[in-house]
Design a binder for this molecule. Structure first.
Ligand code: AMP
Ligand code: ZN
Length: 464
């Protein structure tokens, strides 16, 4: 193997990954803001990060995967304006912010589990790391990177000539993020400056969550939590920092500014950003109407792993346009794959189809090329290799794909012969354009607790 190649946002190049400590990799993932369910756009990013972690593990790294949970301080606009999202959620449901946080944190980890996303080894909530956040702000103050007004302590971005190095944006290009109708309370010196600590003043006079600090009661800004939590859980610098592309210009830029100014060394060596999932109407957002959750997907009869399959079929650095038709196609492809695997005889051994295993290695290590890894899986199924070898190769691939390929195939084997027979009869009826019979047989199959799907290869049956 020639080494793992990854596109690093910081250098804007594909680089060969080398870790700080031999054989170990520290991976930090920005966690969810737990004021609502995760939408499937958020989940696309966590699936990409899971693939990255699985490839590192496949390559033999001992990975420490850390994540924060944002349960305070993330305002409705990234430009330090508007309400705290947690308070928006609390008002919506007539509960306290921490009750809301608990509810949606639990739901988030349930979503990850059903998508076969490996859970982080270390998780820390922003509200459980207040002391660590205050420590960094104190250091920044001592080093004169801060100033304050009656509302907050700010980071002074003009003190940092390379502030925009992650996004490539010049400081002078950075405009204030104010939208019409948003009242800006601050006296920020530069539009890019950002709050490290908010006081209980102005808009935040009645902020429910607050803590004592050397500067008075208040609560932390959003970005400081990731600087404090990543340092506490992984040290500084660590190997890889990830998130969605929306984090490049503000959140991650500000994390770098804080952590590097406070400690005088890099925050992370590799920065990977997953591209967005888009809807026809544009961006998916928790605050907007276009909000599809994993539950919506399940309620429509799809399996969570069909969504994982759909995500794997697009490169992590390409935008993915979501449609129900594309999810339907992904479900069919996954079920067909299970079906083909279920037709293989025997059980997996150690020996594999070596040429395929080598090709798989190559694709996943070439900037995590999962679309090609998937098509390789299909090619393998179509080749006349011995079944046992194919089975062990599939098992090997699934360490990274995470599609439960052998389990899914075993489930398909459990479909009773009578039901398969009905499906074959339905295909015959359809071929003769006898739609009355085909509809009757569909109902019969459904009444036995199975779902009927029409695919290019004919009727496909799934347990409901
Ligand atoms: P949040 O819960 O809003 O803090 O976001 C959680 C993760 O989802 C972050 O890594 C975001 O960058 C990412 N994200 C937000 N919207 C999308 C989207 N439409 N597609 C992909 N990732 C997204
Ligand atoms: Zn973060």
């Amino acid at each position: 193997m020639s080494g793992l190649k990854l596109y690093n946002t910081l250098s804007r190049k594909i680089e060969t990954f080398t870790s700080i400590a031999k054989g170990r990799a520290g991976l930090y993932t920005c966690g969810p803001t737990v004021y609502n369910f995760a939408h499937i756009g958020n989940l696309r990013t966590y699936i990409f990060e899971d693939v990255l972690r699985r490839v590192l593990e496949y390559d033999g790294y001992q990975v420490t995967h850390a994540m924060n949970i944002t349960d305070v301080g993330h305002l409705v606009s990234d430009a330090d304006e508007g309400e705290d999202k947690m308070e928006v959620g609390a008002k919506r449901e007539g509960k306290l912010p921490l009750e809301i946080a608990k509810k949606y944190e639990t739901a988030f980890f349930e979503d990850l589990k059903s998508l076969n996303v490996e859970l982080p080894h270390k998780v820390l909530r922003a509200t459980d790391a207040i002391k660590e956040q205050i420590e960094i702000i104190k250091t920044l103050e001592q080093k004169r990177f801060t100033y304050k007004d009656g509302y907050a302590i700010y980071f002074d971005t003009s003190k940092l000539p390379d502030y925009g190095k992650l996004s490539g944006q010049k400081l002078s290009d950075k405009k204030t993020g104010a939208r019409s109708g948003v009242i800006v309370d601050t006296k920020k010196r530069n539009p890019a400056d950002f709050a490290l600590w908010f006081f209980l003043a102005g808009r935040y006079k009645n902020h429910i969550l607050h803590w004592p600090s050397p500067w008075g009661e208040g609560f932390p800004g959003w970005h400081i939590e990731c600087s404090a939590i990543s340092r506490k859980l992984l040290g500084q610098p660590f190997d890889i920092h990830t998130g969605g592309v929306d984090h490049i210009g503000t959140h991650h830029t500000n994390e770098i500014a804080q952590s590097e100014s406070a400690l005088g060394k890099p925050l992370a060596n590799f920065w990977l950003h997953g591209e967005f999932l888009l809807l026809k109407e544009g961006k998916m957002a928790k605050s907007g109407g276009s909000f599809i959750t994993l539950k919506t997907v399940l309620d429509k009869g799809f399996s969570p792993l069909a969504y994982r399959y759909l995500c794997l079929s697009a490169h992590w650095r390409s935008k993915l346009n979501f449609s129900w038709e594309s999810l339907d196609a992904a479900q069919n492809a996954l079920d067909n794959l299970y079906e083909k695997i279920s037709e293989l005889e025997g059980s997996p051994s150690i020996a594999m189809c070596d040429d395929y295993a080598r090709a798989f290695d190559r694709e996943i290590n070439r900037d995590l090329d999962m679309p090609r890894a998937l098509s390789l899986t299909w090619r393998l199924m179509k080749k006349p290799n011995p079944d046992k070898l194919k089975l062990s190769t599939i098992k090997h691939f699934d360490r990274v794909l995470g599609l439960d390929l052998l389990k899914g195939a075993a489930e398909r084997k459990k479909i009773p012969a009578e039901i398969k027979e009905l499906a074959a009869r339905r295909d015959e009826a359809r071929a003769k354009k006898d739609f009355a019979s085909s509809d009757r047989i569909r109902k019969e199959i459904e009444s036995e607790g199975f779902q009927v799907r029409d695919t290019e290869d004919g009727t496909l049956i799934r347990k409901k």
